[in-house]
Design a protein around this ligand. Sequence first.
Ligand SMILES: [Zn+2]
Length: 394
Amino acid sequence: MIKTYKVKLLPNNKQRTKLFECAGVARWTYNFALATQQENYKNGGKFLNDGEIRKRLTELKKQKEYSWLNDYSNNITKQAIKDVCIAYKNFFEGRANFPKFKSKKKSKPSFYVDTEKIKITDTHVKLEKLTNSKKKNKQKFNWIKLAEKGRIPIGEKIKYSNPRIVFDGLNWYLTIGVEEAEIKNQDYTEGIGIDLGVKDLATISTGQKYKNINKTSKIKKLEKRQKRLQKKLSKKYELNKIQTEGGEYRYRKTNNIKKLEFLVLKMRRRLKNIRHDYIHQITTSLVKAKPEYVVMENLNTCGMLKNKRLSKSIQEQLFYEFKRQMEYKCALNDIKFILADTFYPSSKTCSRCGALKNKLSLSERTFICDECGHEIDRDLNASINLKNYGKSIA
Ligand SMILES: [Zn+2]
């Protein structure tokens, strides 16, 4: 499965200029290729394949007038030509209108990067030939900072597809397809229990833990920004309140309000996407390990969240989403999905001897058994109990 990521870039001013130049090269080449196709067709020729057009471009680059093209990556022109050939073919085979020339005003600036040449780290993306200098200290110029740290999966086994650099009228973005690699976990031969919590989002009976994404600085920052926008919006609404003759209040939707509402909506969606993507990663990797069965708590039971009201509801949504994904993915993979009974005391039971504790406050992070003295992480203890619950009824 290929998943597409879109991440904002933070180029410095010089890099920004260079990105516009690269997009200019892509646009110029696109138009050149389209004109070549048209000219050829007018003269009674057949469809030119991209190799043929590339050859003509190479010839052109030898002329002094066009030598500036040599300052940019070959892959930008290569893909622009390919794009034209595909568009042209689509037209001939009746799938699309005749391709249009790209005007500077109307077309979205963008260009292609070769999958072999692109390099991605947690914080930066390296593009090809932003600088022509081979000097080591100049090479830094090829690296553009990413706005979201660690968003795009990296690693030797990760396969990227169709990376493009796109300008949306305000910011530059990298869009890239990532083939979701098979994450090989240790193969469980038995079932697993999953304990959902606030400190860690999920603790698995195997000992794996998945941190709570709501506690990362990225999410916190975005949430703050969202709150600020929301406040601004309600202020604007208040300012545009009109009292009608009947004494009722009406709100006038100004363009400014519409714009703000759109921003709030966009932010909300973005937050939701980040959260859901994260849960998808977890649930997919758990299911891929093919456990015999999966046990989770009934969600009413993990409602004991002593958090502020807002974060509580968000947390509950996360839990709900986790359960929803786990349930359908288990169904798809023929894995038995078990919900523990609401009254099953997964937290208060010792996972070694089965003794039941009378009291366990939420602040106690370590479970210590009064009977056998077993000491274990609170959430891990609960998840092992859930797993045992599944064994007892399976
Ligand atoms: Zn015990």
